[in-house]
Write a protein that binds this ligand. Structure first.
Ligand code: NAD
Ligand code: MG
Length: 261
């Protein structure tokens, strides 16, 4: 993919995996990047701008759970950048004890940002089309019993993104949608983990499970997301583990579906 002259949006880009994605897009030569995050990370943003003085880095403080706010943010980005070509939706939280917030941020945030991307990138509305990559998790594919609420949002993200990654939508909008499902990654998300699980009686087990997991770096995950961008495969779902992307064959289960649908 030629990133020169292209514009990208990254949600959750103030820290963890999202920040590494923003970094690598800039290193790959993206012309303009907008980082949407609830939090500031002035030190890192100053560094990003300093390292890439001829590229535009726009920072927008916004809650992805805020649908109207996300729409207004996309409108502002589109006005400032002229077009949006790539979106990487990374923003997410872990807090199974706050069910509503988890649903609104993880699943709601992905839906809000993806639908705004459709509106502002679609060929039907004068955009160029492009590519949207949504962040799920391996626990969205394989249930992990200690984190059912988080897992439910991640499973929902896979289904939502596969719906939008339909060929019929693509023909109209020119936008491709892919899902990434990383395994455990070393970021702040594991901080105070056992205080945020829904069944405290599983916390001993949780410690053991967390200990045993193979953890990868946020930089490695971001590099894999760059590979996914290169593939440009509509509707694809990838596991990210051990520095590589593994395409997942999502087989149909329902046999009663009309073939014509
Ligand atoms: P992180 O906490 O380091 O980064 C998350 C970023 O999202 C932060 O900058 C945070 O401020 C931002 N954010 C949180 N809520 C937001 C909101 N409502 N609106 C806007 N921004 C918001 O965590 P991370 O590990 O880098 O996680 C990034 C994504 O990767 C999440 O969606 C997470 O579920 C997913 N993921 C993480 C792992 C892992 O093991 N760390 C594994 C698979 C998937
Ligand atoms: Mg992050």
């Amino acid at each position: 993919m030629n990133y020169r002259g292209k514009s990208a949006v990254v949600t959750g880009g103030a820290g963890g995996i999202g920040l590494q994605v923003a970094r690598q897009l800039l290193a790959a030569g993206i012309g303009k990047i907008a980082i949407i995050d609830l939090q500031d990370n002035l030190e890192e943003f100053v560094k990003l701008r300093g390292a890439h003085p001829t590229q535009s880095v726009m920072i927008i403080k916004m809650d992805v759970a805020n649908k109207k706010g996300v729409e207004a943010t996309y409108e502002e980005i589109k006005k400032t950048f002229g077009n949006i070509d790539i979106v990487v939706n990374v923003a997410g939280i872990f807090n199974d004890r706050d069910v509503q917030r988890t649903l609104l941020v993880n699943l709601g945030g992905i839906i809000n940002s993806s639908l705004s991307a459709l509106q502002y990138m679609s060929k039907e509305n004068g955009g160029n089309g492009g590519l949207v990559v949504n962040m799920s998790s391996v626990v969205g594919l394989d249930p992990m019993f200690i984190i059912p609420v988080y897992g439910a949002t991640k499973a929902g993200i896979i289904n939502f993104t596969r719906c939008l990654g339909n060929e019929k939508f693509y023909q109209r909008s020119g936008i491709k949608f892919a899902t990434v499902c990383p395994g455990a990654t070393m970021t702040d998300m594991f901080t105070n983990f056992t205080e945020k699980i829904i069944f405290p009686e599983t916390s001993d087990e949780t410690y053991k499970i967390l200990d045993r997991l193979n953890k990868q770096s946020a930089t490695d995950v971001a590099r894999c997301i760059m590979n996914v961008l290169e593939k440009e495969k509509n509707g694809a779902v990838y596991v990210i583990e051990g520095k590589r992307i593994v395409p997942i064959d999502m087989k149909p289960h329902w046999t009663g579906k009309e073939p014509a649908l």
